[in-house]
Design a binder for this molecule. Sequence first.
Ligand SMILES: Cc1cc2nc3c(=O)[nH]c(=O)nc-3n(C[C@H](O)[C@H](O)[C@H](O)COP(=O)(O)OP(=O)(O)OC[C@H]3O[C@@H](n4cnc5c(N)ncnc54)[C@H](O)[C@@H]3O)c2cc1C
Length: 425
Amino acid sequence: MRCSTTSSTWSAARSAATPCPRANGPERVSERDFDAIVIGAGAAGLMCAIAAGQRGLRVLVLDHANKVGKKILMSGGGRCNFTNTGTTPANYLSANPHFCKSALARYTPWHFIELVERHGIKYHEKELGQLFCDESSKLIVKLLLDECAAAGVDVRTHCSIEQVMHGDSGEFRLRTSQGSFSALALVVASGGLSIPSMGASGFGYQLAKQFGHEVLPTRAGLVPLTLTGKHAERLQELAGVSLPVEARCNGTSFRNFMLVTHRGISGPSILQISSYWQPGDDLRLDLLPGIDIEAQLQEWQASRRDAELKTLLGEVLPKRFAQRLCEHWIASKPLRQYNAPELRGIAELLSSWPLVASGTEGYRTAEVTLGGVDTDGLSSSTMMSRHVPGLYFIGEVVDVTGWLGGYNFQWAWASGHAAGTAIAG
Ligand SMILES: Cc1cc2nc3c(=O)[nH]c(=O)nc-3n(C[C@H](O)[C@H](O)[C@H](O)COP(=O)(O)OP(=O)(O)OC[C@H]3O[C@@H](n4cnc5c(N)ncnc54)[C@H](O)[C@@H]3O)c2cc1C
């Protein structure tokens, strides 16, 4: 264990310490030391604490929110999409796409599935390898808290961190609303900026900067896009209409449903592509993915010559959507009246419809935060800082962001596990 190699002062203080009671309310105590302090009782922080606690370390988890794992509770529509069986490094965005490889390879979806099964939690695959609880996200939070309890981890909520200092002998000293604590390892698992009402804060980024780390620009990801101008006016009345599309931007594409909202567009394909989109980028939608629309138009021209285009499009698209397209973007007439170049133009528009998004709905509704603590300053196998021994960054605060579909929790589990086992040495 790490503490066996530390100074005598630390070892003496450690052996004199009494175990902290598990507490959920504010409680001021005098300084007590731990082997590791984890800031943030979310997915990554709790997994890290479990891994370190199971290996015999004395671990303290501090969270300023009134309960742990709030994002887990609200995730997956209350059923927590806790992993994805198809997870690969290609499902993540990062300035360094190789960084996530080591942790993901060492803690796979099957490790978490084994844990879920051991706790008797029933689950199902929704689509594309996405695993959801049959009953409730609450069961995943219970699993994590039960594992923490079994590993002797002290989890405290309602705890504001007022100051973090790094002592001469390498220890981290934290002044908090519940007293002062110290440890030789400090793990920052405070998440990103999305959903501030759930306790999200920029705390982890500030702390990273305090310790000399680069923080890459952050922005909202997995977020609905907003429309203004003619697209907004023309689509607004279709709010609630959903259709399968292939959304394409910057060389990446996602095929899934799009939902028209009152302020723009959402749905899985749009949330996915939003992580690859920035204002000004060219965003295209294939409105009939998987259909050779030029061949279909030619076939209609041969077999249904007198039918109007809007009627025929209404057979392959939601009727109201087809009607609106033909009111504003495509002149509808009987099929026999189109010449070949016109049909080609219509096919091109339907398979590569340009949509000018004005922005995103922002952190208020975003599922994740892109960017964050630069991975250049971290070890990919342990998540430890290259500048400050004993300091770790895990989960969403790091510049690793997953696609929609359970990938973000898998990164939280994997990076948390990597740090927890590394701290235990
Ligand atoms: C609505 C929604 C649904 C989602 N659904 C899914 C899903 O189904 N599947 C999936 O894979 N991902 C999902 N995600 C993404 C996923 O929730 C996150 O990627 C994941 O929770 C990140 O884990 P984390 O532990 O790094 O951070 P978080 O879970 O955000 O935990 C950070 C913790 O740190 C605490 N904290 C923050 N600042 C401080 C501070 N200053 N002092 C003390 N504590 C602090 C917070 O209170 C919080 O408890 C969803 C996200 C949202 C918003």
